[in-house]
Ligand binder design. Structure first.
Ligand code: MLT
Length: 201
């Protein structure tokens, strides 16, 4: 068995890269499957459950408070998740996936880009934050990354999202950052932009 509880949906359109679905706090591996199907019809979907529990709610790493991360745990969990992606690629015969993460899932996807960028072909980050204080350790070699922020997001300060975009660009990502008139939750516009971006990358 693989190291993370997960859900796998095989591709029906082998031309599309697999999507790695990463849920928000309190979600699970089935949460983002409808979203994945909607934004990337026919793509294989690999959807792990966050291995950390916060008062019974699954997450991908520990935090000290909302928006204040346990950085040692972020690093450890990012490496565990990267190892799971390697295992799942071998098990299911997958190409490197594009991550699609929301909130806490977007933050662990950002941590993967920081620490183990080779496991991802690209990433869509919905309402992410800077995952680690130190700059990314790897080079992103032109990997495409879409960041969608909300101008009225009560959890993610605009300055933090801008700093994330800057760090990833400095590390070599081909970055698109859009700020939508939205709060923390994803909107129809997020879905539309994600669908367009995935079709183009
Ligand atoms: C996090 O802990 O990753 C962020 O605060 C987002 C969240 O999960 O609410």
């Amino acid at each position: 068995t693989l190291s993370h509880r997960h859900l796998f949906v095989p591709a029906t359109d082998p031309g599309r890269p697999p999507l790695l679905l990463l849920h928000g706090t309190g979600g699970d591996e089935s949460d983002l499957v409808p979203l994945g199907r909607a934004v990337a019809p026919g793509a294989a979907l690999l959807s792990p459950r966050g291995a950390v529990l916060e008062q019974g709610r699954p997450r991908f790493f520990r935090r000290l408070a909302e928006g204040v991360f346990d950085e040692a745990d972020v690093e450890r969990r990012a490496h565990d998740l990267a190892d799971f992606i390697d295992e799942a690629q071998a098990r299911y015969g997958l190409a490197a996936p594009v991550a699609l993460g929301f909130s806490n899932g977007a933050n662990i996807a950002a941590a993967l880009l920081w620490l183990r960028p080779e496991v991802l072909a690209g990433a869509v980050l919905l309402r992410p934050m800077v995952p680690l204080a130190r700059p990314p350790s790897g080079r992103l070699e032109g990997r495409p990354v879409l960041i969608l922020s909300g101008s009225a997001d009560p959890i993610v300060p605009a300055e933090n999202a801008a700093r994330l975009a800057e760090r990833l660009t400095e590390a070599g990502a081909a970055l698109t950052h859009r700020t939508l008139p939205a709060g923390h939750g994803p909107t129809q516009r997020d879905l539309d932009l994600t669908t367009e971006w995935l079709a183009a990358h």
